[in-house]
Design a protein around this ligand. Sequence first.
Ligand code: PLP
Length: 416
Amino acid sequence: MQSVAAVAENTAFDVARRRADFPILGKRVYDKPLVFLDSAASAQKPQSVIDAVNHCYTREYANIHRGVYWLSVRATEAYEGARVKVQRFLNAASEREIVFTKSTTEAINLVATSHGAAALNAGDEIILSQLEHHANIVPWQLLRQRIGIDIKVAPIDAQGNFLLEEFEKLLSPRTRLVAVTHTSNALGTITPVDEIIRMAHAEGALVLLDGAQSVVHGPVDVQALDVDFFAFSGHKLYGPSGIGVLYGKADLLSAMPPYQGGGDMIRRVTFEKTEFADIPSRFEAGTPHIAGAYGLSAAIDYVSAIGMDAIAAHESELLEYATQRLQEINSLRLIGTADDKAGIVSFELDGVHAHDIGTILDREGIAVRVGHHCAQPLMDHFGITGTVRASFGLYTDKSDIDALVQALGAVREIFD
Ligand code: PLP
């Protein structure tokens, strides 16, 4: 197994070395080297994460929490150890504030269902933003159907910047919750969360951040942010799919009713009634993704050894390079040029459908995402049905961007 020390030993950001940690990047597709530019959808996995999942199943696998035998005790320690690792990674005050879910989507549904039912009433307002992924829209619409809350939408400008002044105007004593993305998956916009949280709190509203993209692109400190809820997915952070995290302040989680019922979330069950377990177990009904916790733990070790600041700096350099190079292509329009952006570029090519571009790039071994990126209201805002999106990871190299630019030049020639 590759040691964390081996990763940490290399302090300067050496992308060639990092690429060697990801076996899939050596693959050829259609007999061309793979150029993977879809990390925002799901990141590839380093060998250490693959090894950790493999280690769980080959050496330590058993169900957790209830077994008295060695394997179960060991797997339980690893699962709970992963919780502590996430706590430190986010700088949460306690591991009780870390709930394992299957994804960001489930984490947001958990808050909408549980906190929504317990703390929100008909006529209460919540504020989302125009930038949201469907995962941070639909759960609130379901809550609206159930209890009659009102949903307001904070606007953005033509570049994709979050408009703080307009947001402030939406806040009122009826605002109970602000649920916004920390980083837009479709445009890369990084939202001004310090100000959003300060303004929302001043009005007595709680804040949930959709951190699916932000946790990958730079350091997150939930205590410094003073955010109330924060959600992310393991698979975008170089870990396995099927495991995600909800961070919630302990007093808020403690006041929330269970989201699902079943084993592991109870203290005592009779046919008459059930006493629920404390947080976080209360929100983890049933057998969780045990091997996923091993993998997520290894992923956090991996990115922490490199350093989230170093990863952010690398991606920021790539973003600058890609933005510059893509503009060399005739009639390419960048969608989303906010002042503060993560390593995501979205664009359209005049007269060429995004799906055609995606298909032609695929034959060159280049994996990009095309379409609405689960952000249809955002596409509506720009009056388009979709974009081509290239998104970067810590293993992305300038040569990946060069390959993209070259292939787009060829697409342009075909359609001119
Ligand atoms: N929020 C954002 C900003 C995302 O980019 C995504 C996934 O692309 C999600 C939420 C949903 O993540 P998941 O499918 O892992 O639940």
